[in-house]
Design a protein around this ligand. Sequence first.
Ligand code: C5P
Length: 316
Amino acid sequence: MQGYSLVAPAKINLYLEIIGAREDGYHELAMVMQSIDLADQIDITPNGSENIRVQCDNLEVPLDKTNLAYRAAELMAKEFPEQFAKLGGVDIKIHKRIPVAAGLAGGSTNAAAVLVGIDLLWKLGLTKVEIEELGATLGSDVPFCVAGGTAIATGRGEQLAEILGLDNIYIVLGKHLSLSVSTPWAYKTYRATYGDTYPQDNQSLTARASSVHSAPMIKAIVHKNAREISQLLHNDLEKVVLPEYAKVLELREAFASSGALGTMMSGSGPSVFGICESLEHAEKVKQQVRSSIPDEDLELFTTQTISQGIHLKSSI
Ligand code: C5P
């Protein structure tokens, strides 16, 4: 039987507001998520055995059950035992281009690709919403990665409302190779620092969540106005990550004085992005950041916004 090669794009957060604490221990969020064309490639093929096997060309990526892509395949085997018994396990090859532990949903998008790939391999005919629901059990960002494009994400990040796609806005992205930030640490620290400002009961949490803070950003996106989007970037997690990680702060400041239209840390970091007017402008911003931080450990990427999530590259 044939396999599939899938494209798994990264995401950035144009807007991330922490509303308060939820009863399930997570945070209630109001986010605007955006897919970018910096992507991993996931090759998924049946292996005729009872096993799920993961390979990756980046040694930092674990190949065992701690890898979200592995857990996605395990989930599919559990949810669809007949197909698993009939068709066997899968080999998953991850060609990594998205920086690891960067706030770019690299692990989540790999898991999303595995869900989509197994749906195709096993001819399950699941709807996008059904795949997103399965994804939500693996991680808060997985549903967005399935659908991709531009979306408002609420709840713990898994409830999505798609906005008209935002294509072709140039983005420069920076990430120190040797630096990673733990997402649970970032949220825990935020709670310890700002928890006393959270709504105290469920009713006030719902009331605060429904006063739409990201509305001006959504308007700017609908108008495809890169300048306005750049002015409205917001990420509450910067308040805990920037004071703790001097290199992220330095990178954020380098972007701020690079001539980029706007800059922000993505997710829980440590990646920082700058929005640019054109490819030419992006190359200038990249050079400017590079000359401010001539550290080989800093990786810089030129990428652009895209309006799709997981998609098929080819049959293999
Ligand atoms: O859902 P995911 O496993 O990606 O989340 C990673 C961690 O980030 C969670 O264990 C939690 O500590 C934190 N988190 C949170 N509130 C959210 C999403 C994530 O507190 N809405």
